[in-house]
Ligand binder design. Structure first.
Ligand code: KG4
Ligand code: ZN
Length: 358
């Protein structure tokens, strides 16, 4: 019997302070022994978004307690742990360093291997916590900072097929929530409001829908929501209609672009056997899930969603990526630094800014 690794994971890249202990199991997935997430929603609510300095301070205040709680709940002592993993990027440096530094200290004083994890790789591999999925698979990663189609060829091996040329999808949800005064966090509040509205009431733009392959764009849609939101004068019905129309437009964009990405993926791997994984905070959106399920039935592929608790930021996915990298001997030295920018596919073209040709 091969040894089952147990890892402590730590995540502080944005506004969640999180720690988890997970262990490999016989099914090739993970036993999540603890998964503690302390959200800072109340701290950021009054500002309608994440304030980096406040977030960093809250991480500092919470991190010791969260790690202790994760270890206690797991009933695993530090001695029994095979390694420590922490998010090292991308994200807010002031936030990343809190979790990264404490993880490095724990690894150093307990003499354990250390793994610096790319937060996006955490999301990319997160379905593996519960599903035994074979590589390669197609990943639609939709979060607060990123929106990408990637081929996940293996651990540490990614090829980007498309990305957003402006805003991330989570950002578009958050800004829409702000414009409609729906409260923070934006994604869930827009989703809730959209259930009460008429999705066909507003005709909103679907930027670059007929060009640029499976690249995405949401800035023009956001501007259109802003324009319409100024006209509705607090009318509740129109507010819900606008939220519903926004959600419906997102669904139409993702439907079309995912269809294109599936074709690109099939060509790339030279097979028609497609597994699509949708991960990241926005993957918690039920309407998006149903919409892509519909596409999967229409053109024939399998779609896999992580459990809701593994969609948003969490440390179980960081510990899992840590184990996966550890098994490939992808360890880090204790002097590794945090990185604000860290693409999964380092060779992918940078798709933002003036002069971009589509
Ligand atoms: O992955 P995540 O927790 O953090 C980042 O890595 O960015 O994603 C956070 C994003 C936020 O923009 C949040 O509004 C969005 O995910 N989100 C949602 C939903 N739940 C969270 N967006 C749409 N619908 C949801 N139900
Ligand atoms: Zn995330």
């Amino acid at each position: 019997m091969t040894k089952k690794n147990t890892f402590l994971g730590i995540e502080t890249s944005c506004d969640e302070t999180a720690a988890a202990v997970i262990r490999e199991n016989d099914k090739g997935t993970a036993d999540v022994l603890s998964n503690i997430v302390s959200s800072q929603i109340s701290e950021h609510k009054k500002f309608g978004g994440v304030v980096p300095e406040l977030a960093a301070r809250a991480h500092l205040e919470n991190i010791d307690y969260i790690i202790k709680a994760a270890l206690e709940e797991s009933k695993v002592s530090l001695n029994e742990i095979d390694g420590v993993a922490a998010t090292a990027g991308p994200g807010l440096i002031v936030c990343l360093t809190v979790g990264l530094n404490i993880a490095k200290s724990i690894a150093a004083f307990s003499n354990k291997p250390f793994v610096a994890v790319n937060h996006l790789e955490g999301h990319a591999l997160s379905p593996g916590l519960e599903n035994n999925i074979e590589f390669p698979y197609l990943l639609l990663l939709i979060s607060g900072g990123h929106s990408q189609f990637l081929i996940v060829k293996d651990v540490n091996e990614y090829e980007q097929l498309g990305t957003t040329i402006d805003d991330a999808l989570g950002e578009a949800f958050d800004k829409t929530a702000k414009m409609l005064d729906l409260g923070y966090p934006g994604g869930p509040s827009v989703e809730k409001a959209s259930e009460l509205g008429d999705k066909n009431f507003f005709k909103l733009p679907e930027p670059i829908i007929n060009k640029a392959g499976c690249n995405l764009s949401f800035a023009g849609l956001k501007t259109a929501v802003l324009r319409e939101s100024k006209k509705i004068n607090g009318n509740k019905k129109l507010k819900f209609d606008l939220a519903a129309s926004f959600q419906n437009t997102i669904n139409k964009i993702l439907f079309k672009k995912t269809k294109i990405a599936i074709e690109m993926f099939k060509k790339n791997i030279n097979s028609s056997n497609v597994n699509l994984v949708v991960a990241g905070g926005v993957a918690a959106n039920i309407s998006i899930r149903e919409n892509l399920k519909k596409l999967s039935k229409e053109i024939g592929f399998k779609v896999i969603y992580p459990n809701l608790k593994f969609c948003g930021d969490n440390a179980a996915m960081i510990a899992w990526a840590g184990i996966k990298r550890f098994k490939k001997k992808l360890l880090n030295e204790i002097d590794v630094n945090a990185r604000s920018r860290w693409p999964l596919d380092e060779n992918a073209p940078y798709m933002k800014g003036p002069g971009l040709k589509l």
